[in-house]
Design a protein around this ligand. Sequence first.
Ligand SMILES: Cc1ncc(C[n+]2csc(CCOP(=O)(O)OP(=O)(O)O)c2C)c(N)n1
Length: 293
Amino acid sequence: MSIHFDSTGMKKYCSSNTCNWCDGCGDYGIWTAIKRALVELQIPPSGVLLCYDVGCHGNMSDKLMGYRFHGLHGRVLPLAAGAKLANPNIPVIAHGGDGASFSEGVNHLVHALRSNYPITFILHNNANYGLTTGQASALTWQGQPMNSAPNGIPENTLRSMDFVFSLEPTFVARGFSGNIKQMVEIFKAAIRHRGFAFVDILQACPTYNKFATHEWLMRHVYDVAAEGHDPSDFAKARQIAVDTSERISTGVLYQDAGVPNFYERLVARQGKKAVPVEEVKKIDVSEFMRGLV
Ligand SMILES: Cc1ncc(C[n+]2csc(CCOP(=O)(O)OP(=O)(O)O)c2C)c(N)n1
């Protein structure tokens, strides 16, 4: 499929709807970076499918152009994977919150990772349930008073990166919502990746996250590329992803572009020239329906 692009690319992603995120919300940065990444990859709005979970981040779905789908809470990954399998000709990008992705929909994340679906997943990681007013998520730090847990959560905080690396990912990156330039590069690499790209964006939530604030994140993040990190080194990538005790690694942490994705391993599709969406035919079911009456 050839994709038409011209110099007004950024404008083409502009929606006339007004953003209603809180002042200082990290979603503004992610929203800007995803549009910029698509434009730099010369992908017009007609050449991408953007899928959104339910949450503050999901309100992005009508604040930019492109084919968009706003699904059910915790269910953005099966929706995105299904769309990609039906039509693998355009990139599919799924956005989800940490509440959706590590609680309600954590099962889908497991299978997206082990299936290596050819989609990009952007985790809006504000470490709480933002839209429903600051309840603790599985990624909220232990001991932090939250609206649902004034004394802090009794459960262990889920070690999300350890969990992701245990599922043999083929692409793992981490960014920070205040660093748009780096997010653009991460998103471009993720969209170009052959299989499932897991992108964790540490997102400021000025209203409900009083622990990993924008300022705190600014002080703790560092760029692995500046330290000569080799993203093909799985063990090192896992170690720097998991160990956030002193500082937090950002950038493309791990990538193996050599692993075939789900579609490439799907025996039923091998040798087929058309894609499933092209194979859909209209069938007259009136006779069948008459038989039911
Ligand atoms: C199945 C289901 N469970 C719960 C809800 C209620 N709900 C809507 S948004 C939300 C919190 C979203 O938090 P998160 O996924 O972290 O996204 P954020 O708002 O922080 O971006 C919840 C619990 C729902 N709509 N559907």
